[in-house]
Design a binder for this molecule. Structure first.
Ligand code: HEM
Length: 351
């Protein structure tokens, strides 16, 4: 029996129609359909029509479905060729995209660190005077989002690489227990992450609107290329604005596609579910690579930077070096009266 005949026989045996009704393809409940399932009741002409139509559907990328009498349209789908494309992406391309993005970023940062070292204060002198950079509410929001992101990143990478890298090392029992906990963590920590993300977007959006100072900052490569020193910047420089917008847009894309997956088949049919997974996995690995760079610069990479999110206060000399326009704005505010820190009541002394 050739493939065409096998396909037709399979369809006949299952009593399948040619395709799921249009309303079923759009995810609505189909009307119960009564169907003749007796193959002997069909004639050869009808058989070859069935066979051709099935092949056309497979080649045309639509799914092969039947008519069902239960209100679950998924049960009517016998073959969905896009599933093969998705599997190819999931098992073939995705590990490469993820591996290159994450390992590539780690290697690039390591190369930078070992050739240029830490970014230091220009005059290597701390002033001993402090300026408040982030108040308690901002720091709480940052760390809530950051901690959740790190757990989501590790458990997310486990979906892609766990089976390949960890399973052979720790064995099936340990891997299945770990993967189970990782999955729970991924599902449940997505909620505080989404809350933190939305608050973070709202709290910092005003200071992240691109402006003219960013063009100059980018032209000078953030002060890393050439000998011009650190270009002037407001509260966030162009590099930080890129991090902010990557987190904001990438995070929202992750949240939207993640919600589709948290409630399977509620908002999307099988094609929509696959689309959500393409988006979630690709944006996820790219954002992890961006955040590795951010974590590096916020800790090891730049002298004095961590304090901003640690205690909230940075040395005035550091602030003048990296955010000179912001310091001027803060000092002008302090000079013109008592200052109220953004997002809370804490004063933000400029000096
Ligand atoms: C252990 C990990 C992390 C460290 C050490 C860290 C450190 C920092 C520091 C020091 C700043 C302030 C920089 C400044 O003074 O302007 C900052 C800002 C910020 N962080 Fe993090 N961070 C971490 C993880 C994350 C994660 C996972 C996210 C997002 C999911 C995130 C999102 C942001 C954003 C949007 C800003 C403001 C824009 C910017 O400064 O780039 N951080 N972080």
């Amino acid at each position: 029996m050739n493939a065409r005949a096998a396909l037709a026989a399979l369809a006949m045996t299952l009593g399948l129609g040619l395709a799921a009704p249009a309303h079923a393809q759009h995810g609505q409940d189909p009307k119960p359909a009564v169907q003749t399932t007796n193959p002997s009741a069909r004639n050869p002409t009808a058989d070859s029509v069935t066979e051709d139509a099935l092949l056309r559907q497979l080649q045309g990328g639509s799914h092969i479905g039947g008519r069902i009498s239960i209100p679950d349209y998924k049960a009517s789908i016998l073959e969905q060729p896009q599933g093969r494309d998705y599997r190819q992406f999931r098992e073939g391309y995705l590990p490469w995209i993820g591996g290159i993005a994450v390992l590539g970023m780690i290697l690039a940062l390591a190369a930078f660190f070992f050739t240029k070292g830490r970014i230091r204060l220009e005059h290597s002198e701390e002033s001993g005077r402090k300026i408040l950079r982030f108040n308690a509410f901002e720091r709480f929001t940052h760390w809530l989002t950051a901690m959740c992101f790190i757990v989501l990143a590790i458990s997310g990478l486990n979906y892609i690489f766990g089976k390949r890298l960890l399973l052979p090392l720790i064995g099936a029992d340990a891997f299945s227990a770990w993967a189970q906990y990782a999955k729970f963590a991924h599902n449940y920590l997505s909620w505080p992450f989404m809350i933190g993300l939305v608050v973070m977007i709202l709290v910092w959006i005003r200071d992240n609107i691109p402006d003219r100072t960013d063009i100059n900052w980018i032209k000078q490569g953030g002060g890393l290329v050439g000998k011009g020193g650190h270009p002037p910047a407001r509260r966030f420089n162009a590099g930080q604005k890129m991090v902010y917008w990557s987190v904001a847009l990438g995070g929202l894309a992750l949240a939207a596609s993640g919600l589709v997956m948290l409630f399977p088949f509620s908002a999307a049919d099988i094609n929509g579910m696959q689309l959500a997974q393409y988006v979630h996995a690709t944006v996820g690995v790219l954002l992890i690579a961006v955040m590795i760079a951010h974590i590096y610069i916020g800790s090891l990479g730049m002298e004095g930077a961590y304090d901003a999110m640690g205690s909230g206060e940075v040395d005035l000399a550091w602030a003048k070096t990296h955010h000179s326009l912001w310091v001027e704005e803060q000092q002008a505010k302090t000079a013109s009266g008592p200052q109220i820190g953004r997002g809370g009541k804490s004063p933000a002394p400029a000096e």
